[in-house]
Ligand binder design. Structure first.
Ligand SMILES: [Zn+2]
Length: 128
């Protein structure tokens, strides 16, 4: 199990480089989402744009829809596990803390708020 750790970048130029790299990654992920959802939407609708009935899909279309759903789910997992976006607030340009309990990245502010919230409770182990 990885330990809790926080990455703080104080140098403005390095912060800018980090933020730009995160922007690139987020833009790429969003373009992938758009592409996957558009492909799925095309398969799920008739030529007039209305949703098909469940029995309106052939076996090949069902298989493609399942594959697209799997890719969307995988992309979502990758996004949720990445350091690029805070698990709680969704902000990108922040210093981040890794929580080994739920294996997620939080911005320092959200992690601290959660840690304070759970501090005197029996769930305090959630935010070491
Ligand atoms: Zn946050």
């Amino acid at each position: 199990m990885r330990k809790k750790w926080t990455i703080i970048i104080r140098t403005p130029l390095l912060r800018k480089i980090r933020d730009n790299l995160r922007d690139l990654w987020v833009a790429w992920a969003r373009s992938q989402y758009d592409d996957l959802f558009n492909k799925r939407r095309t398969l799920e609708r008739n030529e007039d744009g209305k949703l098909k009935n469940l029995d309106g899909f052939n076996q090949e279309e069902r298989k493609k829809i399942e594959e697209l759903g799997g890719k969307i789910s995988l992309l979502r997992d990758i996004e949720n596990d990445s350091i690029c976006i805070c698990t709680v607030c969704g902000k990108e340009h922040r210093d981040m803390t890794y929580n080994p309990v739920d294996k997620s990245w939080y911005c320092v502010e959200c992690y601290h708020e959660n840690q304070e919230f759970y501090k005197d409770t029996k769930e305090s182990f959630l935010y070491p």
